[in-house]
Ligand binder design. Structure first.
Ligand code: UD1
Length: 363
């Protein structure tokens, strides 16, 4: 029996962990424990996703919480090392690129526990992004690297990762969407907010580079408020962004801005119901660039680079600067936007391929 720790930590992880947890729970060759590091802890950032994605409660919650990068990373490492001393798995499976991903990968690797990374090989080549450091370090210590796309395979080869460690499995987040497709279609989130399908956009904004300084946050708010006057925007506000809006005294004006609908962070089903029926999405998130490509929804990404270039070369995603946001929104509204193609293996069956690959590697 192969023992596996599956690590979950922060909101974007849960959509990646859920399909794999479901797939591994049904196998007779492995025993899987779900380990939540506690990086995200609010009901809206964590519990809501467990409920929507039908994830059973974590077997262990390390309860690490928020902190500086060093404090959070160190907190996860200390807590996870203790867990592995008491209950050592054969494999530690980490997903995505958050601080907990890197922290658990380093800890396990130094204890001689094999590490597998799901969503390996993505690179923005921008080391000012904390996630880029997390990706580089995690992939450097991982024994098995599951990638979503050919560009990720290429990045790993260029960094000298041996070919036999790389397995292209596709995009696991799409498994979550497929699992809940019917419930998402029936959720009716736009109508509940008084919005008509195709007549609004969805906005998310939480990258430190965009929201942490007053100048940058003001610049982004000016750009999105100009858009909201022409196309109503639903804006579920991330806790990091809310804290900055409050600190800079910008929240009240934003609440009053014409066409802007602020909400608390939304659960997975509610959020995807909004995205699915939207005219466009404006975002600085990573995963949403992929979800919109699969749904053929135009995605305007307020970033200078992306670790997910296939969403630009094949899909519906474009990198946009604040100054050009309005003009790009015009392009969408006037039909000048590609329908896009869904990349190979983004088909809802990634979890099966991952489970098979783990079985092969463990056997
Ligand atoms: C983290 C990830 C980022 C991911 C994002 C998705 C890293 C480096 N960053 O960023 O890649 O895109 O999650 O949400 O791992 N907070 C709460 N409640 C919570 C969690 C956080 O109020 O449940 C607040 C705290 O004030 C915290 C701040 O949000 O200080 C930021 O949280 P943190 O986990 O440090 O980073 P995120 O910005 O969420």
């Amino acid at each position: 029996m192969v023992t596996v720790h599956l690590i979950a930590a922060a909101r974007p992880n849960f959509m990646k962990v859920a399909p794999l947890m479901h797939a591994l729970q049904g196998q007779d060759w492995c025993r899987v424990a779900l380990v939540h590091t506690g990086q995200h802890y609010d009901a809206a950032m964590s519990d809501a996703f467990f409920r929507d994605l039908r994830l059973s409660a974590p077997d262990v919650n390390l309860g690490v919480g928020s902190g500086s990068h060093a404090a959070q990373t160190a907190g996860v490492m200390l807590a996870y090392e203790k867990l592995c001393q008491q209950n050592r798995p054969d494999w530690t499976v980490v997903v995505g690129d958050v601080n907990s991903t890197m922290a658990c990968a380093i800890t396990a690797s130094k204890m001689g526990i094999r590490v597998a990374h799901l969503e390996a090989g993505l690179r923005s080549r921008d080391r000012s992004m904390p996630e880029e450091i997390n990706r580089l370090v995690t992939d450097a210590v991982a024994d098995l690297l599951w990638t979503p796309s050919p560009d990720a395979d290429e990045n790993l080869r260029a960094e000298g990762v041996p070919e036999e460690r790389i397995r292209r499995v596709g995009n696991i987040m799409i498994d979550s969407y497929e699992l809940l497709r019917d419930r998402i279609a029936a959720a009716g989130a736009p109508a509940r907010m008084g919005l008509k399908g195709g007549a609004y956009g969805v906005l998310t904004l939480h990258r430190p580079a965009n929201v942490d300084t007053e100048d940058s946050l003001r610049q982004h708010l000016n750009a999105v408020c100009a858009v909201a006057k022409r196309l109503p925007l639903v804006f579920p506000v991330h806790p990091r962004t809310r804290a900055r809006l409050e600190a800079f005294g910008l929240l009240d004006a934003l609440r009053r801005a014409e066409g802007m609908h602020l909400t608390d962070p939304l659960g997975y089903i509610e959020f995807m119901s909004l995205v699915r029926d939207s005219r466009l999405v404006v975002t600085d998130s990573g995963g949403i660039q992929e979800e919109t490509t699969c749904l053929h929804i135009p995605c305007l990404t307020l970033r200078e680079n992306t670790e997910r270039p296939i969403t630009v070369t094949l899909g519906t995603n474009r990198l946009v600067r604040c100054e050009e946001l309005e003009a790009r929104v015009d392009d969408v509204l006037e039909g000048r936007w590609p329908h896009g193609q869904v990349p190979e293996l983004w088909d809802g069956h990634t979890a099966c391929r991952v489970a098979q690959s783990l079985r092969d590697a463990a056997g």
